[in-house]
Design a protein around this ligand. Structure first.
Ligand code: PGA
Length: 255
């Protein structure tokens, strides 16, 4: 079965409500007029804009996700947001383990594993992010780092999981927001390694159908080549997702 490509826009801590609605309206317009492929488009705005954007895209195939979620479903966790809350405002996806969460908020594989399990049991599809730092790439440790992130993050998840209920994003930390992209060959090597590991964690059949996204300075001028690699099933886009024209050119690069 062909894997449907995903183009996901991670807005991070950008755009207030008005700016968010403006950006979505522009994206909808360009997608309607110019996008002819079947890319799955997912937007990840800050929490406060989710409900309004959900209304704005009601009759549009664009999907919605959150940038993070708490591992418990209810309780005294001031400032946190649960899976069922995200579902109630129209989210179907959630990013889990973005390197900025790992780096600035001390989220580790064990915690991320709880979040992934909570997302799945509550009916959200996790986009689980893994990736090595520059130091880990340069000293050659990165294969082990990626392996540990995968095995610990996905520990205890049923091998029977439906492949469309799980997405992995490979985001080398040294390529995020730096303008440095992994070469298509570097990214493809890692993606094929991730798929081999997923075959062991789940099954070869499931691994063959799970989407693996690349993230890290994806731009209109490098998206087409990256997306043409056999194991790259789309992108998680940061900076370029904040400009409607750039984001839509990346969507068009799906082919
Ligand atoms: P970038 O971010 O495209 O700005 O490098 C990617 C990400 O952090 O998901």
């Amino acid at each position: 079965m062909k894997r449907r490509k995903i183009v996901a826009g991670n807005w991070k801590m950008n755009n207030d409500l008005n700016e968010a609605l403006g950006l979505v309206t522009e994206i909808k317009g360009i997608v309607k007029d110019e996008v002819r492929n079947d890319a799955e488009i997912i937007l990840f705005p800050p929490y406060i804009s989710l409900a309004s954007i959900a209304k704005n895209i009601e009759k549009h195939p664009i999907l919605l996700g959150a940038q993070n979620v708490h591992q418990e479903n209810v309780g005294a966790y001031t400032g946190e947001i649960s899976v069922s809350m995200l579902k109630s405002v129209g989210c179907s996806y959630v990013i889990i383990g973005h390197s900025e969460r790992r780096q600035y908020f001390s989220e580790d594989n064990e915690l991320l594993n709880l979040k992934i399990k909570r997302a799945i049991s509550g009916g959200l599809v996790p986009i689980y992010c893994i990736g090595e730092t520059l130091e880990e790439r340069e000293n050659g440790d990165f294969w082990d780092v990626l392996k540990t992130q995968l095995w610990e993050g996905l520990e205890g998840i049923s091998a029977e999981i439906a492949p469309e209920k799980m997405v992995i994003a490979y985001e080398p930390v040294w390529a995020i927001g730096t303008g440095k992209t992994a070469s298509t060959e570097q990214a493809q090597d890692v993606h094929s390694y991730i798929r081999e590991e997923l075959a062991e964690i789940f099954s070869p059949e499931t691994a063959a159908q799970i989407r693996i996204l690349y993230g890290g300075s994806v731009k209109p001028d490098n998206a087409k080549e990256l997306f043409s690699a056999p194991d790259i099933d789309g992108g998680l886009i940061g900076g370029a997702s904040l400009k409607s024209r750039d984001f839509c050119e990346i969507i068009k690069a799906v082919g």
